[in-house]
Design a protein around this ligand. Structure first.
Ligand SMILES: NC(=O)c1ccc[n+]([C@@H]2O[C@H](COP(=O)([O-])OP(=O)(O)OC[C@H]3O[C@@H](n4cnc5c(N)ncnc54)[C@H](O)[C@@H]3O)[C@@H](O)[C@H]2O)c1
Length: 252
């Protein structure tokens, strides 16, 4: 293992709110300058303020994961602004709640493009090329418990998250000798603004809660803390792993 430490610049995709925002702040707490991205940079103001309040440099950049050119432009802009990145967190994603028989061709493409192709594979390989030679790099995916176990009416989302699980293992092996660690977290249901909306109905929310051994939903801060651990030198020997943050949901 190389003695050098990763560059203290992190890039977090989909950082407007929820897990991405909490991760940007946790990485700033751990001493990283943080570049944050989302479809619209205007939405990143609160996240950027939070990074600056922690005494770290912050930059918001636009990114549309459906476009390879957008990912290339992002990586170039990030490199120009802050130099090589040491940590990439592939957090941005989209979901689809629909019976498999009703899913359209374009809905399949949208979920796979955002969650798997652009959001993970292209971003990870672009970042791997941009990481500083001779310095370790870290790539962290945000999978889901839906990528570990089956679920009805979310097959496409579940397949995309299962792909993240497998890509994490494959890239970890491929890039280990280059000093790049690749891991993922697999959150259970976390009441981020988008998910809180989906679970607004009390009976549905209770059904979900009843399946979680610890009896509550994990928080965004707990997911962010797991990501910050995987990004840290404390996890220097951890690669190719999926860390569920699910209150024991997948322990059954
Ligand atoms: N919240 C949960 O319960 C939960 C559980 C398991 C996994 N996850 C995963 O965690 C991640 C964050 O979830 P969340 O609930 O905090 O936020 P979210 O799923 O509501 O949104 C993630 C962000 O991704 C961005 N995004 C969507 N399409 C994009 C595109 N084409 N290009 C660039 N950015 C795009 C959105 O603008 C948004 O800010 C997602 O990958 C999600 O699948 C969430």
């Amino acid at each position: 293992m190389t003695e050098a430490l990763p560059c203290k610049t992190a890039l977090v995709t989909g950082a407007t709110e929820g897990i991405g925002q909490a991760t940007a702040w946790a990485l700033a707490d751990a001493g990283h300058d943080v570049i944050v991205t989302d479809l619209a940079t205007a939405s990143l103001a609160e996240t950027i303020d939070g990074i600056a309040a922690r005494g770290r440099r912050a930059l918001g950049l636009p990114l549309d994961l459906r476009e390879e050119a957008s990912i290339t432009a992002l990586m170039e802009a990030a490199d120009q602004a802050f130099g090589p990145i040491g940590v990439l967190v592939n957090n941005a994603g989209c979901t689809l709640g629909k019976a498999a028989v009703d899913v359209t061709w374009s809905e399949w493409d949208q979920v796979m493009d955002v969650n798997l192709k652009g959001g993970y594979f292209l971003s990870a390989r672009m970042a791997a090329r941009c990481m500083a030679e001779g310095r370790p790099g870290v790539i962290i995916g945000v999978a889901s418990t839906h990528g570990l176990v089956g679920i009805a009416d979310r097959s496409v989302y579940s397949i995309s998250k299962g792909g993240i699980v497998q890509m994490t293992r494959a890239l970890a092996i491929e890039w280990a000798k280059a000093g790049i660690r690749v891991n993922a977290v697999a959150p259970g249901t976390v009441l981020t603004p988008s998910r809180a909306l989906m679970l607004a109905e009390p009976a549905r929310r209770q059904r979900m809660l009843d399946r979680i051994p610890i009896g509550r939903f994990p928080s965004v801060e707990e997911v962010a803390a797991a990501i910050a651990y995987l990004a840290s030198p404390a996890a220097a020997s951890v690669t190719g792993q999926i860390l569920p943050v699910d209150g024991g949901l997948t322990a059954y």
